[in-house]
Design a protein around this ligand. Structure first.
Ligand code: AMP
Ligand code: MN
Ligand code: MN
Ligand code: MN
Length: 293
């Protein structure tokens, strides 16, 4: 039996709805055998997720999703099999979280100028201990009747040119790839189909990413269409990059897709897990045993 991989997901340590343990349980219930928890700019859910993964007989890959500024655009780089104790990575992400909080304060001030008061406090309350993201502002604004749903609220308030948007300089691409790689992980370009780069910039990005030691791109992800699976499989092949697969699950109602429903990688792809140790097979055995008991 082949394993079901989902190498991109979020808990409430960043902008997901489920706790790390709930997320792992959810993945196991939906047939996932190998799950990467890839919270935005934060590693603090990984230990809890690891405990839950042992309990549910699935394999947990230590991951992260790092925000990067490249040519004035925000890109996301996923790190897989990173070392959560790697000091340089931990320190850099701690700085990103401070910057996120300052940006959130700016977003609150910008929203106050259009008459929406207390947005920072409201978003902070929803974020609890987690990092501050635009999703927390989205939830606050929807809960207070400023838009009907997450999609509408982003469009109206939270994207560039709108009242609640604050410009942010994220990490450099080279630094993000370096930190991931130096910690023992593999760097993966997340959801490349979402960046609207145009083909020239996309080729330049892949070239640059490869030159820094980037390892893979997400070919199958919930925001890609089947023609995009083929398009990015071809680009991966052209650049000698491996291919990854991930739902980018954030929780019911705010995700494109439920877990465990992703298509397989196109057959010409080299999977990002090609050289990973086969723990998954052992865990899969455990999962089968617990399913019988
Ligand atoms: P941030 O990193 O704080 O800028 O927040 C980005 C997060 O917002 C992404 O990781 C997505 O989870 C979410 N997001 C971005 N754009 C949209 C959108 N148009 N609709 C819903 N969620 C979005
Ligand atoms: Mn997110
Ligand atoms: Mn992303
Ligand atoms: Mn994500």
């Amino acid at each position: 039996m082949s394993l079901i991989y989902d190498l991109h997901s979020h808990s409430n340590i960043s902008d997901g709805l489920l706790s790390p343990a709930e997320l792992v349980a959810h993945a196991a219930q939906h047939g996932v055998n190998v799950l990467a928890l890839t919270d935005h700019d934060d590693l603090s859910g990984l230990a809890l997720a690891q405990e839950a993964a042992t309990l549910h007989g699935i394999q947990l890959i230590n991951g992260v999703e790092i925000s990067v500024t490249w040519k004035k655009r925000t890109l996301h780089i996923v790190g897989l099999n990173i070392d959560p104790e790697f000091l340089a990575l931990k320190t850099a992400l701690a700085q990103v979280r401070i910057a996120r909080d300052l940006r959130a304060q700016q977003m609150g001030e910008a929203l106050a100028k259009v008459g929406i008061l207390n947005a920072y406090a409201g978003a902070k309350l929803l974020a609890k201990q987690s990092i501050m993201t635009r999703v927390h502002f989205a939830r606050f604004l929807v809960a207070n009747g400023y838009a009907k749903d997450t999609k509408a609220v982003f469009k109206k308030y939270l994207v560039r040119g709108k009242p609640g948007f604050a410009e942010q300089q994220w990490m450099d691409l080279a630094q993000a790839v370096d930190l991931i790689t130096a910690s023992g992980g593999m760097a993966v370009i997340a959801h490349p189909g979402r960046y609207d780069l145009g083909s020239v910039n996309m080729l330049e990005l892949l070239h640059e990413f490869r030159s820094y030691g980037g390892a893979a791109i997400e070919v199958v992800t919930s925001s890609h269409t089947p023609p995009q699976y083929q398009q990015f499989a071809k680009l991966a092949h052209q650049f000698g990059l491996k291919s990854s697969i991930g739902s980018d699950y954030h929780g019911q109602g705010i995700s494109f897709m439920e877990m465990g429903r992703l298509a397989d990688l196109p057959s010409n792809c080299v999977p990002v897990w090609q050289d990973w140790p086969q723990h998954g097979l052992v865990n899969n055995g455990l999962a089968n045993i617990s399913a019988l008991s």
